[in-house]
Design a binder for this molecule. Structure first.
Ligand code: HEM
Ligand SMILES: *[C@@H]1O[C@H](CO)[C@@H](O)[C@H](O)[C@H]1NC(C)=O
Ligand SMILES: *[C@@H]1O[C@H](CO)[C@@H](O)[C@H](O)[C@H]1NC(C)=O
Length: 331
């Protein structure tokens, strides 16, 4: 091996190790000795809440996604305020009134604090709760290694890392690549849109014929567009609050079963968001949609694996960050 090649090889091996360190610092059963019942407690609370309101599963899964994609899975999305006083992630356009399920995390946290004070991070609670929500919605169980620490910073401007509902395939691909996900993993994770729904402002712009330059989105199947118009009035003539009050399920007939039904909707031109339907417009992403639609159990396995991987994104471990006592406030 030439010296230059050897040097390159050593640097490569070293950086590969550095990348893996964070991953290996998370452990299955991190709280075995310090809070042995933590996963059971999270599971019980999520199950009880899900029994009363099955829409909570979608909310919890999305919270975990939005946490992990902005400064890593550090519970930054849960903060109401930070010492710096700047606007937090929670108040950004990407979050705001669309967030659902934060109070479930508050309930879990207060119970866990009474059993094992100052021990379990909010970031781990959110990762466990999202997993349990996915399982209650029909996904197979997947292991969630723990030991995440909570961050002390939350900045609304950083939610630009989250993909928006009008993103192109290229933007979506870039957003996910930035967090270590391939394009096909991006399509697999989008299958989360088999549950829950979106508020009118996230898609109503697609339904109406503004001008010749900004016409109705031609990718929406026409009968479906008429159905959606009955749910969401024209944004040009409607108050923002009225639009925000309306939410439509991704899968009109159901929407609480995490079963990959999303992909068949895409094939019928019934994607709710422009960023959903756009996956059908390029060959590479369309091919993944078709594969997932044809084999839903394969999708479920891939989705569980990708969720597990999402829970490792840029985590804080060891003595980084802190274990918050209240998920809404830094200590
Ligand atoms: C591919 C890029 C993605 C975009 C552009 C996107 C965008 C959105 C938007 C705009 C909403 C509706 C917000 C509202 O109006 O209430 C939504 C809902 C949702 N998203 Fe995504 N999302 C993406 C990927 C993901 C991923 C990776 C997950 C999780 C693994 C996810 C899980 C969810 C869930 C479960 C809901 C429903 C929430 C509820 O009903 O409470 N999304 N998404
Ligand atoms: C916790 O217990 C489980 C089950 O016995 C085991 O698989 C895991 O390795 C343990 N984790 C730690 C960090 O001790
Ligand atoms: C949309 O409106 C433009 C004029 O603003 C018109 O030329 C066009 O035919 C309309 N398209 C549809 C599908 O109604």
């Amino acid at each position: 091996m030439a010296p230059a090649t050897l040097l390159f090889f050593l640097i490569f091996v070293q950086s590969a190790n550095a990348l893996n360190t964070r991953r290996s610092e998370l452990q299955l059963g991190f709280y075995n000795s310090t809070c042995p019942d933590v996963e059971q407690i999270v599971h019980d609370v999520v199950r009880n809440r899900h029994f009363l309101d099955p829409t909570i599963a979608a909310g919890l899964i999305r919270l975990h996604f939005h946490d992990c994609f902005v400064r890593g899975c550090d519970a930054s999305i849960l903060l109401d305020e930070t010492p710096s006083g700047e606007p937090v992630e929670k108040v950004s356009v990407a979050n705001g009134y669309t967030l659902h399920g934060i109070e479930v995390i508050d309930t879990i946290k207060s119970i866990i604090e009474s059993f094992c004070p100052g021990t379990v991070s909010c970031a781990d609670i959110l990762a466990f709760a999202a997993r349990d929500a996915a399982v209650l919605a029909g996904l197979q169980h997947y292991p969630v290694p723990s030991g995440r620490r909570d961050g002390t910073v939350s900045r609304a401007v950083e939610t630009l890392d989250l993909p928006g509902p009008f993103a192109t395939v290229e933007q979506l691909t870039r957003n996910f690549a930035k967090k270590g996900f391939s394009q096909s993993e991006m399509v697999v994770l989008s299958g989360a849109h088999s549950i829950g729904g979106a508020h009118c402002p996230s898609f109503s712009g697609r339904l109406y014929n503004y001008t010749a330059a900004l016409p109705q989105d031609p990718t929406i199947e026409t009968v479906h567009a008429e159905y959606l118009k009955t749910k969401c009035p024209d944004p040009r003539t409607t108050a923002a609050e009225a639009l925000e009050a309306q939410k439509v399920n991704f899968i009109p007939a159901a929407g609480t079963s995490l079963d990959g039904s999303y992909y068949a909707e895409m094939q019928m031109g019934k994607g709710l968001l422009a960023s959903d339907q756009v996956l059908m417009t390029e060959r590479r992403t369309r091919t993944v949609v078709e594969r997932m639609a044809a084999d839903r159990s394969k999708w479920a396995r891939k989705f569980a694996k990708a969720m597990s991987k999402m829970g490792l994104v840029e985590v804080l471990t060891g003595d980084q960050g802190e274990v918050r006592r209240d998920c809404r406030l830094v200590n």
